[in-house]
Design a protein around this ligand. Structure first.
Ligand code: 7TS
Length: 413
């Protein structure tokens, strides 16, 4: 990775709060934004702002072109077969809800089965809880083994003629596990089910090819891949989008409207009701181009190397327990420290300028499997390097020393 890449991200020069440089290790929550993305959003508002798909004047046509060019860029980024397979949403959460409501509600019935996994984010669980309450569909789970990997045998044991949906996270936001999504999609299709991949933690971090994976749907969030907040995307096989009912109704998504009925525009517009996040899409295109210029293979290798290094370095510290698979980890390193609450770890690290996340990471069922209430999590991205790991490790060592019960001899001195 370029050694000066941090300079692309203005926040690192601007952050002054603690009199210490910002060591940002929470990119699984959201990534920092390169100047190129910030400038693209600002330029859009300063020079091209107009509503899309409705104006016959030049400014509106320019705004429409910028918005649609972003769709093309996202399609290229994940190798979708066509731009119209990309629906813009607010984030991965909305993309996953769109599938659950627009596909699930209309295609599932009592006794049908939806297979998820033990390591899902709430955004790939709660929508299915809601839809299963409406439809009577049953939820089943691919189990995780002791190396924090999905046990495909448990999928093979559960999948069958009643399975209508298999929906799994590509990369776990807690464990960094890369799941064998290609094989999972193959098994889903063999059983006649649709295959959904939650790509919130894979699109930003590795080359993704939705056709190679063979999924029917793939969800991503712009803000986790250097883009603005409030813009995300759903990839879907176009034929599925054509057959699906809309998720939200309103302007933009219609063809004709009568007092008591309406018919809809073609996908992807059928799924984009209301004025979209045009500036967000423009920023997302800049983010996609930025990541393509860095090179996704390079991003992936850099993060795996950093994640491996951090896991090794933290494991040397007494009382630290790492939750990470032996072989398929990424730049996400979750850990606990004996007798110290993860929130205290995060607070101590913050005083040293190190930003990590502590909590259940929106994966409470996974926390229960791990038999913890919460973990601390360092997540690395392109602007992190080994020196950040060193600062993390020494800040952690220093912090732990404060919490260790002092020996009797020290107390009586
Ligand atoms: N899926 C996974 C795997 C995620 O990690 C997240 C967010 C989402 C879906 C939802 O993304 P959103 O952009 O719609 O919110 N994960 C995290 C996290 O790990 N810390 O904060 C957000």
């Amino acid at each position: 990775m370029r050694s000066d890449i941090k300079n692309d991200f203005p926040i690192f020069a601007n952050w002054r709060e603690k009199g210490k440089p910002l060591i940002y290790l929470d990119s699984a929550a959201t990534t920092q934004k390169p100047a190129r993305v910030i400038d693209a959003v600002s330029e859009y508002y300063s020079r091209y702002n107009a509503n899309v798909h409705r104006g016959t004047y030049e400014l509106s046509q320019l705004a429409t072109d910028l918005y649609e060019n972003s769709r093309t860029a996202v399609a290229r980024f994940i190798n979708a077969e066509r731009a119209e397979s990309i629906v813009f949403t607010r984030n991965a959460t909305e993309s996953l809800n769109l599938i659950a409501y627009a596909w699930g509600l209309n295609n599932l019935k009592k006794g049908d089965e939806v297979i998820l996994s033990d390591m899902e984010h709430h955004s790939n669980l709660v929508p299915w809880h809601i839809i299963s309450r409406h439809t009577g569909a049953v939820l089943k789970f691919i189990r995780m083994n002791s190396d924090f990997q999905l046990d495909l045998q448990s999928l093979k044991d559960n999948i069958g003629p009643r399975t209508k949906v298999v929906s799994v996270v590509h990369v776990s936001n807690v464990l960094g596990t890369i799941n064998p999504v290609k094989e999972i999609c193959r098994l889903a299709h063999e059983a006649g089910a649709i295959a959904i991949v939650d790509g919130a933690q894979s699109a930003p971090h590795m080359p993704v090819d939705v056709r190679e994976i063979g999924c029917d749907f793939y969800a991503l969030s712009g803000h986790k891949m250097c883009g603005p907040t409030g813009i995300g995307a759903l990839y879907a096989r176009y034929e599925l989008l054509e057959r699906m009912e809309p998720f939200l109704g309103g302007g933009e998504m219609i063809n004709e409207v009568f007092p008591t009925t309406s018919n809809y525009a073609k996908p992807p517009y059928k799924f984009e009701a209301g004025t979209p996040n045009i500036a967000g899409a423009v920023g997302l295109k800049a983010a996609v181009e930025y990541l393509e210029a860095v090179g996704l293979k390079e991003v992936e290798e850099h993060e795996i190397a950093l994640g491996d290094y951090a896991a090794r370095r933290l494991a040397e510290i007494e009382g630290v327990r790492i939750f990470r698979p032996k072989t398929t980890g990424t730049g996400v390193v979750s850990f606990t420290v004996e007798n110290v609450h993860p929130h205290d770890i995060s607070t101590i690290l913050d005083s040293e300028g190190v930003a990590i996340r502590a909590g259940h990471h929106c994966a409470q069922p996974l926390m229960r499997k791990l038999q913890v209430q919460s973990t601390a999590r360092a997540s690395f991205y392109i602007y992190n390097d080994k020196s950040d790991v060193e600062v993390l490790a020494s800040a952690l060592e220093k912090g732990i020393a404060l919490f260790r019960p002092r020996k009797k001899a020290d107390v009586t001195k």
